[in-house]
Design a protein around this ligand. Structure first.
Ligand code: FAD
Length: 299
C-alpha cells in the first residue's frame, strides 16, 4: 500500500537511516536494520549526501532495504548539482531497484554555495519534474519545517512555497525535527488554512547524545530548544550516560505527546542507532518488538 493511503487510514510509523561511509558501517547498519524491522515500520527512508556524495552506498542501502522486503523503502533525493539528465539517470536507477517512494528535497547547500548549481533551484521544481517524467510510478514526499525554514523571510512565504510543492504533485509532507509541540500545532493550523491538505509525517529526532542534539537543532535548522530540553542538556552536560537515560525518557514522552495530537505519521530519525530507538519506542508504548534478542553492541 502507498504511504499516504496508510496515513489516511491510521498513523504510519517509519524510520530514517543514513548510508555509512565505511564497509564496517554497512555491516552494522544491516544488523541495526534487522532490529528495526522487528518494530514493523511501514517504511524506512535513506538519506542522501549533498551533491551525490556517498552515492554508491546510497543505492546499496536502498537495494538492501528493497531486497529485505520487510517494509517500503523511501529514497531521499536532492537538487544539489543535479541536471535534468542526472536526475533522470538516478531516478531510472531507483526504478530498476524497485523503489516507488521518493522524498524530493532541495538539499542542504554545501558550505560556500549560494545555490544548487544545477537545473533545479527548489524542491517544487524537482517534484514537478519527477511527476511529469514518471507519472504514478513514484509517490513523492516533500519536506517542511514547522518552525519555518531558516532561509524563509516569513511563515507566510515559507507556507506559500509548501503550497507550491503540493500543487506540483507532492503526496505527503515529512517534517523537520520540532521539539516544540505547540509550535507544530500552530504551524499545522496555518498550513491547513493555506489549503495544504496532504498528510503530515512528523519527524522526531531522539535525544540520545548532547552534541548530536545541539548540532541537529542549531547547526543548520534553527530549531528551538524548549525549556524542559534546555534543562536536561544543562543538567547532564558532562555526563553522557546520564544524558542518554534522561534523553530517552524525554524522547518517549515527546512521541507520546505527538501521538496524542492525532498525527498522520511518526518518523524516527534513528541516526542508525537501533537499540536506543527500540528502548524509546518501548518506553513510549509505540511498539514492543516481538522477537527478543540479546542486546547488540552498536557502532
Ligand atoms: P525548498 O522547498 O526548496 O525550500 C528551501 C527554501 O527556499 C525555503 O526557505 C523555502 O521557503 C524557499 N523556497 C521554496 N521554494 C521556493 C521557490 N520556488 N522560490 C523561492 N523560494 C523558495 N538534506 C540533504 O541534503 N539530504 C537529505 O537526505 C535530507 N533529508 C531530509 C529529510 C527531511 C524529513 C527534512 C525535513 C529535511 C531533509 N534534508 C536533507 C534537509 C533539506 O534538504 C534542507 O532543509 C533544505 O535546506 C531545504 O530543503 P527543502 O526541500 O525544504 O527545500
Amino acid at each position: 500500500m502507498k504511504i499516504p493511503e496508510i496515513m489516511n487510514k491510521r498513523m504510519s510509523f517509519s524510520f530514517e537511516v543514513f548510508p555509512p561511509k565505511e564497509d564496517k558501517g554497512v555491516k552494522s547498519l544491516a544488523s541495526a536494520l534487522d532490529r528495526l524491522y522487528e518494530c514493523e515500520p511501514d517504511f524506512i527512508s535513506c538519506t542522501c549526501g549533498a551533491g551525490g556524495s556517498n552515492e554508491g552506498r546510497y543505492f546499496e542501502i536502498l537495494k538492501m532495504l528493497k531486497d529485505a522486503n520487510r517494509c517500503t523503502p523511501l529514497a531521499h533525493f536532492t537538487c544539489i548539482g543535479q541536471t535534468r539528465e542526472s536526475v533522470r539517470n538516478k531516478v531510472d536507477r531507483l526504478k530498476e531497484i524497485g523503489i516507488t517512494h521518493i522524498l524530493a528535497l532541495r538539499g542542504d547547500l554545501p558550505e560556500g554555495w549560494d545555490d544548487t548549481r544545477g537545473d533545479f533551484s527548489h524542491a517544487n521544481e524537482l517534484v514537478s519534474f519527477i511527476k511529469a517524467e514518471y507519472g504514478d510510478d513514484f509517490v513523492v514526499a516533500m519536506a517542511a519545517a514547522p518552525e519555518k525554514h531558516i532561509e524563509a523571510v516569513s511563515f507566510e512565504a515559507d507556507i506559500a512555497h509548501l503550497r507550491m510543492k503540493q500543487d506540483a504533485g507532492a503526496d505527503f509532507i515529512m517534517t523537520q525535527l520540532c521539539y516544540d509541540i505547540d509550535a507544530y500545532l500552530r504551524w499545522l493550523e496555518m498550513i491547513r488554512a493555506a489549503g495544504i491538505t496532504i498528510p503530515v509525517d512528523v519527524g522526531v529526532m531522539p535525544v540520545i547524545n548532547k552534541d548530536a542534539t545541539l548540532k541537529m537543532t542549531l547547526s543548520t535548522n534553527g530549531c528551538s530548544i524548549p525549556r524542559e530540553l534546555a534543562e536536561l542538556i544543562s543538567r547532564w552536560y558532562n555526563d553522557p550516560d546520564g544524558f542518554r537515560k534522561a534523553g530517552k525518557e524525554y524522547s518517549a514522552k515527546l512521541i507520546q505527546e505527538y501521538i496524542n495530537c492525532g498525527i498522520d505519521g511518526l518518523h524516527i530519525y534513528t541516526l542508525n542507532k537501533s537499540n536506543d530507538v527500540r528502548d524509546i519506542l518501548r518506553m513510549a508504548g509505540v511498539h514492543a518488538p516481538r522477537k527478543k534478542r540479546p542486546a547488540a553492541v552498536e557502532e
